[in-house]
Design a protein around this ligand. Structure first.
Ligand SMILES: Cc1cc2nc3c(=O)[nH]c(=O)nc-3n(C[C@H](O)[C@H](O)[C@H](O)COP(=O)(O)OP(=O)(O)OC[C@H]3O[C@@H](n4cnc5c(N)ncnc54)[C@H](O)[C@@H]3O)c2cc1C
Length: 391
């Protein structure tokens, strides 16, 4: 089998799985803001969420480029990978920087689906995008760390057993450089729930209701004690590790955006052929055709950049610029396609039963998270073009 046969087979298998979860399923979950647990279970059982886990630990040992295809197909089938995508991109931090003991302890269980690694705690209410200003602290106490602080937008925390957490271990003013002093922990949340002051383990999770069904939360740490063995890699080097993991995250989310753009383009094209107004299909009017064609070109350009970025990542390079450009282009392509799709559908674009309005709300996220467009532009301006640092 060639590599392209493998990719085609992955596409077919993901499509077949997604066909079991049609629009009605997502509409109901959306209405109730309920977690699509059945869908995530099906992805887990089929092994898709273990795609990046090496075969020796029970996964399929695929490259990031193939994982990107899985995420793209989920979205282009009308499903929502945001319910489970973190397991894919968090995995890279554990794979690249976890100790052999950590990998042996966690990876086989994650691959088998008995442990869920779906939560990524970086964002905080006060620091925003300025990650180096985060205030959650982890203080070493014998063979434990004690964690205090707060995270926000920790998606899927209620549906995960483990959280990858970024916390400060050395006060900013005492750190060797401004990027040192942060550390990454793999926190087992199962034993930690409830505020310490109320007799719990020190971890409280509060859901945040958002414009789309995203299972996102605020997480409060109140003297949470975790074993020192939860530390990933070296203490103080967490920011460097997280940046590398974020490249994988941006590439995978960019692939999801390409999938969304494909979904919107396909829906709009089919509707424009079918809907007849003034005794001809609306798609016969260039005023309707051209926006669809423009979105197609935009999506294809983004798709090429996503695979280029993934290939640089898979070759062991540092795809900082490529991952950022993939995320920028793909999130803009999906949002443009979402807007175009509503316009093509006219009034029906607003009706729940067509799924366009739901996908429209879901697609809006990605020019903001996991990194906003401005921050990508400022990265490119400074690190690629050598323009003066703006912040
Ligand atoms: C639904 C949802 C799910 C999320 N899931 C997670 C998760 O699982 N884990 C996690 O850690 N985080 C998560 N996030 C957080 C997400 O990564 C952040 O919202 C995103 O990075 C933007 O940060 P912010 O919201 O703090 O915006 P801010 O940093 O407050 O920025 C606000 C606006 O100002 C702009 N801005 C800020 N500084 C500058 C500057 N110097 N120059 C130009 N423009 C600037 C930004 O581009 C942005 O448009 C999620 C967010 C949402 C909404």
């Amino acid at each position: 089998m060639t590599q392209s046969d493998d990719i085609a087979e992955i596409r077919r298998s993901v499509q077949a799985l997604c066909a079991e979860f049609p629009g009605e399923y997502w509409r109901e979950k959306d209405r109730e803001r309920a977690y699509p647990g059945e869908f995530v279970d099906a992805l887990t059982k089929a092994g898709f969420l273990a795609a990046l886990i090496p075969e020796e630990f029970g996964g399929s040992g695929l490259k990031l480029d193939a994982a990107a295809v899985i995420m793209e197909e989920i979205q282009s089938s009308g499903c929502n990978g945001a319910s489970a995508h973190a397991q894919m991109y968090i995995m890279n931090t554990l794979l690249r920087y976890g100790s052999p003991e950590q990998k042996a302890a966690y990876l086989p269980k994650i691959a088998a689906g008995s442990l869920r690694l779906q939560a990524f705690g970086v964002s905080e209410p006060t620091s925003g995008t300025d990650t180096l200003s985060l205030r959650t602290v982890a203080v070493r106490d014998g063979d434990q760390y004690i964690i205090n602080g707060q995270k926000i937008w920790t998606s899927r925390a209620e549906h995960s057993d483990l959280m990858l957490l970024l916390a400060r271990t050395t006060p900013r003013e005492q750190a060797a450089s401004k990027t040192e002093g942060l550390s990454i922990f793999l926190v087992d949340m199962r034993a930690a729930s409830g505020a310490k002051s109320e007799g719990g383990g020190g971890l409280t999770i509060k859901p945040i209701r958002t414009m789309m069904n995203h299972s996102t939360t605020e997480v409060f740490f109140d003297d949470l004690r975790i074993p020192a063995s939860s530390l990933i890699g070296e203490e103080g080097k967490g920011f460097r590790y997280i940046l590398s993991g974020m490249n994988a995250e941006r590439i995978l989310i960019a692939a999801e955006c390409v999938g969304d753009a494909k979904w919107f383009i396909e829906k709009a094209t089919a509707y424009a052929k079918d809907r007849s107004v003034f005794a001809r299909p609306i798609g016969q009017n260039q005023g309707v055709q051209f926006p669809i064609a423009r979105c197609y070109a935009q999506m294809r350009a983004a798709e090429l950049m996503v695979h280029h970025a993934a290939q640089v990542y898979d070759a062991g390079g540092n795809p900082g610029a490529e991952a950022n450009m993939a995320k920028l282009l793909a999130s803009e392509a999906s949002w443009a396609a979402a807007d175009m799709c509503v316009q093509t559908f006219g009034g029906f674009g607003f009706a729940e039963e067509y799924d366009v309005e739901r996908k429209f709300r879901e697609a809006r996220l990605y020019t903001v998270a996991p990194i906003s467009t401005n921050l990508i532009l400022s990265y490119l301006a400074e690190h690629v073009l050598g323009l003066p640092r703006s912040y």
